[in-house]
Design a protein around this ligand. Structure first.
Ligand code: GLC
Ligand code: GLC
Length: 814
């Protein structure tokens, strides 16, 4: 069953009923000011850091699940009836409800008793504010006398403190109101130099800034007392819960349309110009007033919206494909690329499943996110790489995360994940291949943000590699540390106390538990590093890296192979994990996918065998399960993985992040049918017809789909912020469609289904537009390329020597 449809032409998903199985959300803003918005206008906004600069309040895990947001009410001042055109919070029986989630905007509206109202929510480029552009039309045969109400609930900035420290917070809220603009200035009088504001383009009849005055005692947003009475109370918040609410009257003749614009924004003042007059405690509004005036003008708002649309058309235009599969086209051309921007911006911090409090930018996650983002805004990828590298420790190890506002690493979500440092190599390699900008390798970057410790980025990569060599275990495989990619395989944790976090609890400095996954990652990263090193003219070093890689491959062959698949790890007692000898957790996906994608076992048949085992034991119609059989009880020596009930998350859930590893692995052994089949099983668009089972948004990937051991097999959770976005984008574009960035040029080497007659693509790469046509003339994966009609050898299309900006590439598959 569906709850809407794709409008590919407009780059939108259109939701046609408000009661989606879960809130189906979108992101507003893609630079510094961000918001998340659900299909019923729920959600919140923040500036740069979802925890430390939260602008509006949101209560997670609410009842209903999604409650609180950017709510607008209309009131028929003759009958006294009021409703919300976005359905929530009043939940009236609306006609023609639609929510169009587009690229950086969301348009929600409906018709009720002859009044049609739509609100376009978006964040203009290069501004720290959001627009709510409301259009109301009277389709009645009589005049309509309406009041329009807008509401936001301000957060007292630090979202963590806001949700816990009530003994203080109920006394600190402060606002100012001037010319109908509501300024939220809690803590501005002391150490903050920023404030929020909420403005309205209509004539403001009345306002409220104290929540209680608007909603009334023992009431909620669905039935605010002031709306029932028909008039806001002009309350001025002192303490308690500051809000912003405007009331504006609209008289509409039959057929008449009116627009009202609301602007919610964030503004900073220079430290020495906070107050006006300077010796007062009154906000200096001189710098913000022109901004407000600009965006209360609909001509500017329309222009800003067109600008945003053009911006996204440009970003998506970097790669457009036309394949025989509509779901592939839609995800590559629109939604998967769009999701990669969200994961790049948010890492895993703010979604409807991530509270914006717990997690900043992850070292491992952010590096992987680059795989799907780097082509979009390379300059921001570059900045991110340098920020990440600056948090690297002198040992080559890494903090697991940093807060975007401070850019300092911290151990709040744990440390000593021994896979972390290698992802930096993977991220940098992706950047270099896309841009060719080797200057980044010479950028001086500190360790642990310590001034004076700067070394070229290249040295950071070398230390990442060395980090593993310094930490090998009894079999010569990498020690796992707290965990590897699988956060929940906690082999040194031994947690027996309820409430202990598996991620942060002090574990032993284990010298036994080893990870075959890190070994595979080491091989991949080591090859990348050797490539980079060779191109720096350091042939001897490059050779020594390759020797280490070969040695590790050998170790994997000897101690990481179980006969039919790759082992997963050795525990603290030196016992195998992910082996036929185990009673549960006999086979894991991570090492099958990753070892093969790293090229291990391609020559000796191990790769093919391992992938056959995946197909046999792990693949389901809803995707590939993380491991089998699921752990049926808690194992002290395995940690969090066995804390989840069977079928969920890392305990045999379909962890969508690592499915594309297997897809890439399948392309490496030449099996395009299977690669694309796996791709389709978790493709959200392909799953749209089963939205009632899948439940999450059909336009973006979710982190997890419940595995076959779970009662709700096929149900997705944790949509949006997941490495699934970047890896699927990378797998389909670079490995299946085979449009692969490389140092010397764009490679074209597709491994597509046998039944496809070919496909077309346009790729902008280093300023040159490549028009690519692939045709099938046989069933295999051998490609013969012609560039501008001239056959070339191999699969790398070199950059045009004569500076041309457009190139036509034809590939024939046999
Ligand atoms: C989450 C984490 C990621 C980890 C994965 C597997 O998605 O963000 O870092 O690799 O879970 O545990
Ligand atoms: C839990 C989750 C895992 C996530 C981690 C992040 O362990 O199961 O997916 O990566 O938390 O802290």
């Amino acid at each position: 069953m569906r709850f809407g449809y794709f409008d590919d032409k407009n780059l939108e998903y259109v939701i046609t009923r408000p009661d989606t199985p879960l809130p189906w959300i979108n992101y507003l803003g893609c630079q510094a000011y961000f918001g998340i918005i659900s299909n019923t206008a729920g959600g919140y906004s923040f500036h740069r850091d979802a925890r430390l600069r939260r602008i509006t309040r949101y209560r997670y895990n609410n009842v209903p699940y999604d409650f609180g947001g950017r709510y607008i009410y209309l009131r028929d001042d003759e009958s006294g009836e009021f409703w919300s055109p976005s359905w929530q919070p009043t939940r009236h029986d609306l006609e023609d409800y639609t929510c169009r989630h587009g690229m950086g905007y969301t348009l929600i509206g409906s018709r009720y008793k002859g009044i049609v109202a739509h609100t376009n929510y978006f964040v203009p480029l290069d501004e720290n504010l959001e627009i709510w552009q409301l259009t109301v039309t009277n389709h009645r045969s009589q005049r309509a006398s309406l009041s329009v109400f807008s509401t936001v609930e301000f957060c007292l900035w630090d979202a963590q403190d806001d949700a816990t420290n009530f003994q203080r917070n109920f006394s600190i809220g402060q606002v100012e109101i001037e010319d109908g603009v509501i300024y939220h200035k809690t803590e501005y009088r002391e150490r903050r130099d920023h404030f929020a504001y909420f403005a309205c383009s209509g004539k403001v009849e009345a306002f409220d800034t104290q929540r209680e005055a608007l909603v009334g005692p023992y009431r909620s947003w669905d039935k605010p007392l002031a709306l029932e009475r028909g008039r806001l109370t002009n309350s001025v918040a002192h303490g308690w819960a500051p809000i912003g609410a405007h009331q504006s009257k609209v008289e509409l003749a039959p057929g008449e349309t009116r627009q009202i614009i609301f602007v919610l924004g964030y503004h900073e003042n220079p430290r020495d110009q906070k107050f006006d007059p300077p010796d007062s405690q009154i906000l200096n509004k001189r710098t913000v007033k022109p901004v407000i005036a600009k965006y209360l003008d609909s001509a500017h708002v329309d222009a800003a919206f067109q600008n945003l649309r053009r911006y996204w058309q440009g970003l998506l235009g970097i790669l457009q494909v036309d394949t025989p599969d509509v779901h592939t086209n839609r995800m590559v051309n629109i939604w998967n690329a769009y999701q990669c921007m969200a994961t790049f911006n948010m890492s895993r911090s703010a979604s409807f499943y991530e509270s914006g409090i717990g997690r900043g930018l992850g070292f491992r996650d952010s590096n992987q996110d680059l795989l799907g983002f780097v082509q979009m805004v390379p300059s921001r990828a570059r900045e991110r790489i340098l920020d990440l590298a600056a948090t690297q420790l002198p040992t080559g190890g890494a903090y697991h995360q940093y807060q975007p506002l401070t850019k300092r690493g911290n151990n709040d979500v744990g440390g000593n994940f021994n896979d972390d440092p290698h992802w930096l190599i993977v991220g940098v390699a992706a950047y270099l291949k896309e841009t060719g900008d080797v200057s980044i390798l010479d950028e001086p970057v500190p360790y642990d943000n310590q001034p004076g410790s700067e070394q070229p980025l290249f040295e950071h990569l070398q230390r990442s590699f060395q980090y593993t060599l310094d930490r090998l275990g009894p079999h010569g495989l990498p020690l796992i540390g707290r965990a590897d990619w699988n956060d929940c395989l906690n082999l040194n944790c031994f947690s027996d106390t309820p409430g202990q976090s598996f991620q942060t609890t002090t574990n032993k400095d284990g010298k036994v538990a080893e990870s075959v996954f890190i070994a595979g990652l080491f091989v991949l990263a080591g090859r990348e590093l050797a490539d980079i090193t060779e191109r720096r003219g350091l042939a001897a070093e490059a050779k020594s890296y390759l020797a280490q890689v070969t040695a590790m491959e050998d170790t994997i062959r000897r101690h990481g192979w179980d006969g039919e698949w790759f082992l997963r790890a050795y525990d603290d007692f030196g016992r195998k994990i992910g082996s036929k000898e185990c009673s549960e957790g006999k086979i894991f996906i991570e090492t099958q996918g990753f070892c093969v994608l790293a090229g291990i076992g391609l020559a000796d048949g191990m790769a093919v065998k391992s992938l056959e085992s995946v197909a046999k034991y792990l693949a389901t119609e809803h995707g590939i399960i993380l491991q089998q059989p699921a752990y049926s009880r808690y194992y002290l020596e395995l940690g969090e993985i066995s804390s989840y009930p069977p079928g969920y998350k890392e305990n045999a859930g379909i962890f969508c992040h690592n499915n594309p590893w297997v897809m890439i692995a399948e392309t490496r052994v030449g099996n395009g049918d299977r690669a694309h089949d796996y791709y389709s099983r978790i493709n959200p668009s392909a799953r749209e017809p089963i939205s009632d089972l899948h439940r999450c948004e059909p336009y973006v990937y979710a982190q997890m789909i419940a595995g076959r051991d779970a009662p709700a097999h096929g149900e997705a959770k944790n949509s949006w912020l997941t490495g699934t976005a970047a890896w699927n984008y990378y797998a389909i574009t670079q490995w299946m469609l085979g449009i692969r960035t490389y140092y010397d040029g764009l490679q074209i080497s597709p491994v597509i289904p046998k039944g496809w007659r070919g496909f077309k693509a346009t790729r902008i790469f280093r300023g040159v537009t490549y028009h690519i046509t692939i045709e099938r003339a046989g069933e295999g994966n051998h490609v013969a390329l012609q560039v501008d009609g001239v056959p070339i050898k191999g699969v790398t299309v070199p950059p045009p020597a004569d500076g041309r900006k457009e190139v036509w590439v034809k590939g024939t598959l046999t």
